[in-house]
Design a binder for this molecule. Structure first.
Ligand SMILES: [Zn+2]
Length: 389
């Protein structure tokens, strides 16, 4: 396995050199991977975004007449903008048993291992196929993989399980929170700041909605179930972007803010959205509209990511337990593509090398020992796939 570890590290070096920050194209990386798999005689198929600037790659090693086990990873990474990196984030650097670069743990390390083991998979006589699902735009709402899943469900035998290799320190994660993302635009009535009674201040109106969200968050925390497997054990709100106003002496007409929540899998997902919308309609909008009819608030639902419902009996979790001997599974608060696979009838678990603590951070790294553990795991998966279990 040492050779495979070396080639996994070489593949990681190769993958991180492509700057696949979500706002950029990932086609160079996909092209490189596709050529490599072509060279091994492994069939691939691509699904692209509307503009044709990004693609998902699907590959099948082994028989194509039945569904197999999917190794799933996203190819995009979060931005390095404004982060204090010690070195070039897109050039891998090894020190103290760690490999540094953007995307090493989240999650090109997992993809690199799958690719490094592709020749071995091809060499064996697999009875159960192994698939690769490498997606785009995961970090901006799990957008890309939706096209890949649609293609698979409509055109190929349904896979029996998916392993989403997000960094879990090689522990089984059987559930994650789902999420909704919104953009709210408050339209006020502009005027001179010396005459606030003639205008409607969109920033102040936005602030009232935001404090309502903050109060709602406190209420959820107060009523949390201490036995919930999630940390934190309640639905959390996020508010990440706000923009509004032009000058101190102008009553601001427009304010926009992006917000959302990550909910527990067993919660009714509409409930919180409805409460915020009701507060806006009953408390905020009437005051704006009293100044001018065209003033008001619009809230656009931008993204829904389903939760991964924990299911210890699922084919995916049973397989990983069988291969690793692990007999526990946990949950995480971050969103993943696993819930989308599950929703499509493909049972999934999250299981991959590296720690989520390093993800999205400056000087992101993955420990080589984590890579080695994952190489061993994929080796066992190959053995299993060969026996046709
Ligand atoms: Zn990730």
């Amino acid at each position: 396995m040492t050779d495979t570890l070396t080639s996994s590290i070489e593949w990681l070096d190769r993958l991180v050199a492509f700057d696949t920050t979500s706002r950029l194209s990932n086609l160079e990386l996909i092209d490189d991977v596709q050529k490599y798999l072509d060279g091994l005689g492994i069939p691939t198929r691509l699904t692209r975004n509307e503009e044709g600037t990004k693609a998902n790659l699907w590959a099948t090693i082994g028989p194509e007449d039945r569904g197999g086990v999917v190794l799933s990873g996203h190819t995009d990474v979060v931005p390095v903008d404004g982060q204090d990196w010690s070195r070039d984030p897109f050039k891998m650097h090894e020190a103290d048993g760690k490999l540094y670069a953007r995307g090493t743990s989240d999650m090109k390390g997992f993809c690199a291992i799958a690719l490094a083991l592709a020749p071995e998979m091809k060499r064996r006589n697999l009875k159960t196929p192994i698939h690769f699902a490498f997606s785009y735009d995961e970090e901006v709402g799990c957008l890309g993989v939706r096209h890949l899943i649609k293609d698979v469900v409509e055109n190929l035998p349904l896979p029996r399980a998916v392993v989403v290799g997000e960094p879990t320190s090689m522990k089984i994660i059987g559930g994650n929170k789902g999420g909704r993302a919104f953009r709210t635009t408050v339209r006020g009535v502009p005027g001179h700041s010396s005459e606030p009674h003639r205008g409607a201040n969109s920033i102040m109106a936005a602030a009232r909605i935001i404090s309502f969200i903050e109060d709602l968050q406190a209420e959820l925390a107060d009523n949390a179930d201490p036995d919930s497997p999630f940390d934190p054990p309640y639905t959390t709100f996020d508010l990440g972007v706000i923009e509004g106003g032009t000058a101190n002496n102008i009553i601001p007409e427009f304010t926009h803010f992006n917000w959302g929540y990550r909910g527990l899998p067993n919660e009714v997902p509409d409930a919180l959205e409805n409460r915020v919308r009701a507060f806006i309609a009953e408390t905020v909008e009437p005051k704006l509209k009293a100044i001018a009819g065209h003033a008001g608030v619009k809230t656009e639902l931008r993204n829904v990511t389903p939760p991964l419902m924990p299911d210890t009996e699922s084919a995916a979790e049973q397989l990983i337990r069988h291969l690793t001997g692990l007999n526990e599974s946990g949950t995480v608060a971050f969103g993943t593509e696993a819930g989308l696979f599950q929703q499509a009838g493909i049972p999934g678990v999250i299981f991959g090398p590296g720690s989520i603590q390093q993800a999205h951070q400056p000087d992101e790294f993955i420990e080589i020992s984590q890579m080695a553990e994952c190489v061993t795991f994929v080796g066992k998966l190959i053995d299993w796939a060969e026996t046709g279990a």
